[in-house]
Design a protein around this ligand. Structure first.
Ligand code: NG6
Ligand code: CA
Length: 517
C-alpha cells in the first residue's frame, strides 16, 4: 500500500505566520549552509579517515578544522533514496518509487512536501541545488527535456538549480538550469527512453568498437562522448556535457552561487558526480594517483572541495559558513566500467575495515565519511556519536530556529548538539536500507538485520547485500566487521530489536511501508 506524505499543503499557511524572510538587525548572524554530497565515496577513501594511497589535503583541512564523524550513516546504500531521505526527512522506504531513478524519471519528491530547502527558503536563505540531482524532474509519465521542465527543484524549495538530472552514467548527458536544458538547440530536440532505442546514435551493444571506455557490466546503451551509458538518447548535440569538464562546471557554478549571494544567507545543496562511474577525470588529474581513474577522481573531488573552501575564504565567508561534507552511500570498486579500479587498487581500502559496500546492508553500505566545519560555531574534534543523515533536516531547522509544519520531516530528529560536536550522545537507533529495501537497526552497539528473501549477492558487483532468510545479529562494538552472526545465541535481543524495527517501520502514523524496491 502506498502511503501519502504527511505534508499537507494545508499546513503551510500556518507556517507563513511564523515566516521571517528578513532578520531583525539585532538577531545573531545565521550561518550560511553548504551541504556537499559526494557520490559513492567510501569512509576509507580520504586521508583524514586513514587512507594512505591517496591524499586529500583539502578535505583533510576541512576535517582538521571541524568535526570528523566516525559513526555517521546515510539512510540508504544507493543514491536516490539517501538523497530523498536527506531532503524530506522521511525514510525513503516509506514510499514507493524511491529506488535508483532513471534519467527521465518524474520528480520523486512531491511538490507539497515541505523539504529541507523549503525550510531554509522560509528562513530567508537563498537556496540552490547544484550538481548531481538524481531525484527525477518533471511530471509523472516522464520528463520532456525540450520545454521548461516542471516541476523541478524550484517547486520543492530551491531558488536556483544547475543540475545533472540523474547520474553521469545515465542519459540525458546534459545539465539543466532552472528547468531548461543548458545549450539546447530547439532544432535538435532531445528524445530519451529507458525501454527502447530512440534515434540512430550508436549503442555500446551494437557498436562496441566505438567506445573509449568499455563496460564491465550493463552500460551498453547509447554512446555519448565515446562512453556507453544506461538509457537511450538522441538529439541535443549542442547541449551534451564533456565528461572531463563536469567537475569544473559543478565547482564553478557552486562558487558563482556563493559569490553572488555573499551578502545574504544562503543554503547550497551541492552534489558532485565524483566518484561515481564513469570515472573520467579532467586531464590535469588523469594519471595523478597510483590507483588509476578511481584514485584520480578522488583527487578531483578533493580539488572541488578546495575550490569551495577557497571561495568562502576569499569572500570572508568561511568563518560563518556551516559546511557539511559527506557521501550518499558506501563505495564500490567495479561499478560497471572496465576502468581497472580493481586491478590498481593495491592496498587501498575504500570500505575501510567494513563488510559489504554500496548496495549493502552491511556497514560499508551506509557508514560514510561525514565532516562538519563552522569556525564560528563548531570546535574541531572527532565525533564518535551514532548519527544519521536523516537528522540533518531537523537539526538545521533547529539551528535556524524554524518550527516545522505538522507532518514535515517525520523521521528527522533535532540532533543539533551532536551535529555541531557539542554533545557526543548516540542517536537512540539508526536504520539502514539496502538495494532491496531490506532494513537493519543499530542500537547500543548491536545490529539487527531483518530477514529477507532477496538475493545474498548483488548480481553485477558481487557485493554481499546482507539479505538472508533468517534474522542476523552482530555485536558491532566487538565485531565491527560483522563476521559473527550471533542471532541464534541471543534470541531475546534479536526479537526485541525486530520489534523495535517494526515500531520504526510503523512510522509516526502507524502506516505500514510498501514492500517494493
Ligand atoms: C546500477 C548501475 C551502477 C550505478 C547504480 C546507481 C549497472 C550495471 N549498474 O544499476 O553503475 O549507476 O545503478 O548508483 O548498470 S547510484 O549511486 O546513483 O545509486
Ligand atoms: Ca551514490
Amino acid at each position: 500500500m502506498n502511503r501519502k506524505l504527511l505534508l499537507l499543503s494545508g499546513a503551510l499557511p500556518a507556517l507563513a505566520l511564523t515566516g521571517c524572510s528578513t532578520r531583525p538587525a539585532d538577531e545573531p548572524r545565521k550561518p550560511n549552509i553548504v551541504f556537499i554530497y559526494s557520490d559513492d565515496l567510501g569512509i576509507g577513501d580520504l586521508s583524514c579517515y586513514g587512507a594512505t594511497a591517496v591524499q586529500t589535503p583539502n578535505i583533510d583541512r576541512l576535517a582538521a578544522a571541524g568535526q570528523r564523524f566516525t559513526n555517521a550513516y546515510s539512510t540508504s546504500s544507493t543514491s536516490t533514496p539517501s538523497r530523498f531521505g536527506l531532503l524530506t526527512g522521511m525514510y525513503p522506504w516509506r514510499r514507493e518509487n524511491t529506488g535508483i531513478a532513471p534519467g527521465n524519471s518524474e520528480l520523486i519528491i512531491p511538490t507539497d512536501c515541505y523539504t529541507l530547502a523549503d525550510m531554509a527558503h522560509e528562513a530567508g536563505y537563498a537556496t540552490a541545488a547544484i550538481g548531481k540531482w538524481h531525484l527525477g524532474l518533471g511530471p509523472a509519465g516522464g520528463t520532456d527535456f525540450n520545454t521548461e521542465i516542471r516541476p523541478n527543484t524550484q517547486d520543492i524549495g530551491f531558488d536556483y538549480e544547475y543540475i545533472i538530472p540523474a547520474t553521469v552514467d545515465r542519459v540525458p548527458c546534459v545539465f539543466v538550469e532552472n528547468g531548461r536544458v543548458v545549450g539546447l538547440d530547439s532544432a535538435d530536440p532531445i528524445t530519451v527512453s529507458y525501454t527502447e532505442k530512440v534515434g540512430d546514435w550508436p549503442t555500446g551493444e551494437e557498436n562496441p568498437e566505438l567506445v573509449r571506455l568499455k563496460p564491465s557490466q550493463g552500460h551498453n546503451q547509447t554512446i555519448v562522448n565515446g562512453i556507453p551509458r544506461i538509457g537511450y538518447m538522441t538529439g541535443g548535440r549542442s547541449a551534451l556535457w564533456v565528461d572531463e569538464n563536469i567537475a569544473d562546471t559543478i565547482a564553478m557554478r557552486a562558487c558563482r552561487f556563493i559569490a553572488d549571494h555573499r551578502d545574504r544567507p544562503f543554503f547550497l545543496y551541492m552534489g558532485t558526480q565524483d566518484v561515481h562511474v564513469p570515472r573520467v577525470p579532467h586531464p590535469r588529474f588523469a594519471g595523478r594517483s597510483p590507483m588509476g581513474a578511481r584514485g584520480d577522481v578522488i583527487l578531483q573531488l578533493d580539488w572541488t572541495i578546495g575550490e569551495v573552501m577557497r571561495t568562502l575564504d576569499s569572500l570572508g565567508l568561511a568563518d560563518n559558513t556551516l559546511l557539511i561534507f559527506t557521501s550518499d552511500n558506501g563505495p564500490v570498486i567495479d561499478d560497471g566500467y572496465a576502468d581497472r579500479a580493481q586491478e590498481l587498487l593495491g592496498d587501498h581500502r575504500p570500505m575501510s575495515i567494513y563488510r559489504g559496500g554500496k548496495y549493502s546492508l552491511y556497514e560499508a553500505g551506509t557508514r560514510i565519511p561525514f565532516i562538519v566545519r563552522w569556525p564560528e560555531g563548531v570546535a574541531p574534534g572527532e565525533q564518535p556519536a551514532l548519527f544519521s543523515q536523516i537528522d540533518v533536516y531537523a537539526s538545521l531547522a533547529a539551528l535556524l530556529g524554524r518550527a516545522l509544519p505538522e507532518g514535515a520531516a517525520p523521521d528527522s530528529r533535532d540532533r543539533l548538539e551532536e551535529l555541531l560536536g557539542r554533545s557526543q550522545e548516540d542517536r537512540s537507533h539508526v536504520v539502514q536500507q539496502n538495494l532491496d529495501n531490506t532494513l537493519s537497526l543499530i542500537r547500543d552497539g548491536w545490529k539487527y538485520l531483518e530477514p529477507s528473501d532477496g538475493p545474498a549477492i548483488e548480481y553485477w558487483t558481487k557485493t554481499e547485500l546482507g539479505n538472508a532468510p533468517a534474522p542476523q545479529l552482530y555485536h558491532l562494538t566487538e565485531d565491527p566487521c560483522e563476521r559473527h552472526d550471533i542471532a541464534a545465541r541471543h534470541p531475546e535481543r534479536t526479537a526485541a530489536m525486530a520489534r523495535e524495527l517494526e515500531a520504526v517501520e510503523a512510522g509516526p502514523d502507524g502506516d505500514p511501508r510498501p514492500k517494493s524496491r
